[in-house]
Design a protein around this ligand. Structure first.
Ligand code: SF4
Length: 696
């Protein structure tokens, strides 16, 4: 309670992976006041436009208030019994791989833990994947190949200690705004701090950049392979650190075979960037979806990691690679096993010892022996009738998946689809056989992990409306009805968190990085009072950085440099489809706008869907400013408002991702994007469709 006796709680913003702390105070009439948490280590009181408008998004007008079966309201008992029966029958008839869960980085870790345990330990399939596949999977793959684990080496503080910050495929100013505010503040305090932006598009993040490198889409590997070559030829490698690294010769050989001229950048700009990198010891490379959402995303990640490993610039104050996650709990989902190719606590599904350890810990009847279906393959299997029962939780794949009309048709044709969400008004919810009302942010309790490994609490200050319930409780209730009573007899998120922390101790003993076993005996009061804390959290260690000591989580303890070569995007431009379509977020909307569209001021920033077109291309095509244009790819078409700007280069166009069949049916961008994926990570190539543009 504050000095006036009014209660308030500290929680975490539900949007991006910066994971800002917020203080929530109920206003007494069903709403809340929201302000930045002055002592949260991610934001120290700062909030961006989305975080500042959170209070405007909690009103209840379109909330789903009761379970529905085939559109008719029903009670929980009937709905959950039906879900459990349908899943059990499908498994009995067609085997465990005939069912799947598609979950979300919006889930809290405790929800994720229960979903993962049910699918992998008790149903006996690994067919649980998350929308983080669309966001971060290439970083996970790159980390695992280089470090042996999916470990983020550094911290946000490194941004303040760096002398050079390189933003690659990251419009941090709009997509991780509070981190960008920290960069700006650091630059103001230390004008010697330089910022380079590597991005085909001139974004808001370029405003503070000392150098913008508008490389050709998909050529990042050539840029960083050129950097590795320049570091070698310039004598800038760290020979002592390299003794801890395997694969250097092969990586350098591959790097030398790539020509940085393939980026299309001015040679003088490339040389300037390489000189800046070599001239500053404290370098942080921040990368995001421009790197990850690519058919060569994992190789792009490893080309960046190679440069940091070769120079020992990793895990030390002010230096290292830093992948920034899109969602509030993308990291928590990775840690807890929300991806189809991971077990809980960074354990590996293909490793028999790891499987056995988890099986023993859970006393699980079944464990899959191989990875499950990743998102694109999962929906393909739904469309082919191989997945016959599907549970979609807090995500909207009927808008956000590539080749989205095929995904929409697949969900519609699935024998049995369950959707858990806070509203029935999404494109995906409209396709469900069973709709389950879930509690929303500010109504539920649990934990999330942000991009620098800080685990924070989300706390409830509002009652869930109608019959809405926490996701962990819904999942556990279904599990019990499927016959797994003892393993899912949870009464609170604190109980789940303690179990998860104890399992992480097993992972720690198996040599894994993710260990929060120091919290395994946390009591309910301790869970309620949990402060934002960077993992690991053991009896002897808390937080810090990884890899400065040259010890990695590979079998031989060495880090790995990967031999990678530049590969162009899979879709090739041609006379019929001469433009490369880049996609991304805008500053004031979030995903498919379920929440942010409720705020008038957020909707006022950029009120309608648009297509950025270069002035030269607009002139050639005869497109007037603000004209409607038809955008056509080999698989679909959209109608958007032309925004003529030299922020995009000739031959490239950009469109935001947020509009849906509910809000702007003709502007669903993923009808244009083919379901091409990175072969290592399974992440879709969301930024490199080829399209034609014509006035509508
Ligand atoms: Fe929320 Fe991200 Fe903005 Fe922070 S930067 S307030 S986490 S949207």
């Amino acid at each position: 309670k504050d000095g006036a006796g009014i209660f308030e709680k500290r929680s975490t913003c539900p949007y991006c992976g910066v994971g800002c702390g917020v203080v929530l105070r109920p206003d007494g009439s069903g709403g809340i006041d929201v302000r930045g948490d002055q002592v949260h280590p991610a934001n120290f009181g700062r909030l961006c436009s989305k975080g500042s408008a959170l209070a405007e998004t909690v009103w209840l007008h379109d909330r789903l208030l009761s379970p529905r079966v085939n559109g008719d309201e029903t009670d929980w008992d009937s709905a959950l019994s039906l879900v459990a029966q349908k899943f059990s029958d499908t498994i009995a008839q067609h085997g465990p791989d005939s069912v799947a869960f598609y979950v979300s980085g919006q889930l809290l870790t405790e929800d994720y833990y229960v979903a993962n345990k049910l699918m992998k330990g008790f149903i006996g399939s690994a067919n649980i994947d998350t929308n983080s596949r669309l966001c971060m999977a290439s970083s996970v793959a790159g980390h695992k190949r280089a470090f042996g684990t999916d470990t983020v080496p550094g911290t946000y503080e490194d941004l303040e200690e760096a002398d050079l910050i390189v933003l690659v495929g990251s419009n941090m100013a709009w997509c991780h705004p509070v981190l960008y505010q920290r960069v700006l503040a650091a630059k103001k305090a230390r004008p010697g701090l330089k910022v380079v932006v590597v991005d085909p598009r001139r974004t808001a993040s370029c405003d503070a950049a000392d150098l913008h490198l508008p490389l050709k889409p998909g050529t990042d590997v050539a840029l960083f392979n050129g950097l590795l070559t320049a570091l070698y030829e310039g004598g800038a490698l760290d020979a002592a650190y390299l003794r801890n690294i395997a694969g250097f010769d092969e990586a350098l050989h591959a790097a030398m075979a790539d020509d940085p001229a393939a980026t299309g950048l001015e040679a003088s700009d490339i040389r300037k960037f390489y000189r800046m990198w070599m001239g500053k010891e404290k370098v942080v490379t921040v990368y995001s979806q421009g790197v990850n959402q690519s058919s060569s995303g994992s190789d792009k990640v490893n080309s960046i990691l190679n440069c940091h490993l070769a120079t020992g610039r990793i895990g030390k104050p002010g230096m290292g690679p830093l992948s920034v996650t899109g969602q509030p709990n993308a990291m928590g989902g990775r840690e807890v096993g929300g991806l189809a190719n991971m077990l809980a606590c960074h354990l590996d599904i293909e490793n028999a010892d790891h499987r056995q350890a988890v099986r023993d810990f859970w006393d699980a009847p079944h464990m899959p022996t191989a990875a499950g279906l990743k998102a694109v393959d999962m929906f393909r299997a739904v469309g082919e009738g191989k997945i016959k029962a599907l549970w979609i939780i807090h995500t909207n794949p009927a808008v956000s998946m590539p080749d989205v009309d095929a995904v929409r048709a697949a969900i519609k044709g699935c024998d049995f689809t369950v959707v858990s969400d806070i509203t029935a008004n999404t494109d995906t919810a409209r396709l469900a056989d069973v709709l389950l009302p879930a509690s929303a942010w500010a109504e539920k309790d649990g934990t999330v992990t942000n991009s620098d490994r800080t685990i924070s609490r989300q706390r409830s200050v509002l009652p869930a409306p109608g019959q809405a319930r926490a996701d962990w409780a819904i999942l556990a209730d279904v599990a019990r009805r499927m016959g797994f009573e003892a393993a899912f007899d949870y009464e609170s998120p604190a109980e789940i968190f303690r179990e998860y922390a104890a399992l992480s101790g097993v992972a720690g003993m198996l040599g894994k990085d993710f260990d929060i076993s120091g919290w395994s005996d946390l009591d309910d009061h301790g869970y309620e009072a949990l402060e934002p804390t960077r993992w690991p959290v053991t009896k002897t260690r808390q937080g810090g950085r990884f890899f400065a000591d040259g010890r990695f989580f590979t079998p031989d303890g060495k880090g790995r440099m990967l031999a990678v070569r530049m590969r162009e995007p899979v879709a090739r431009t041609a006379p019929r489809f001469p433009f490369r379509l880049n996609t991304g977020r805008i500053r004031d909307q979030w995903h498919t706008m379920t929440r942010t569209a409720k705020s008038p001021r957020l909707s006022a920033h950029l009120a309608e869907p648009f297509l950025e077109v270069n002035p030269e291309d607009a002139q050639t095509l005869g497109i007037q400013p603000a004209a409607l244009v038809r955008v056509t790819s080999p698989i679909g078409s959209c109608i958007l408002r032309a925004l003529i700007t030299d922020a995009v280069r000739p031959g490239q166009v950009f469109a935001p991702i947020h509009w849906t069949g509910e809000t702007a049916p003709s502007a669903r961008i993923d009808v244009l994007v083919p379901s091409v994926v990175d072969p290592v990570s399974g992440q879709p190539e969301s930024k490199a469709a080829v399209v034609a543009v014509a006035e509508f």
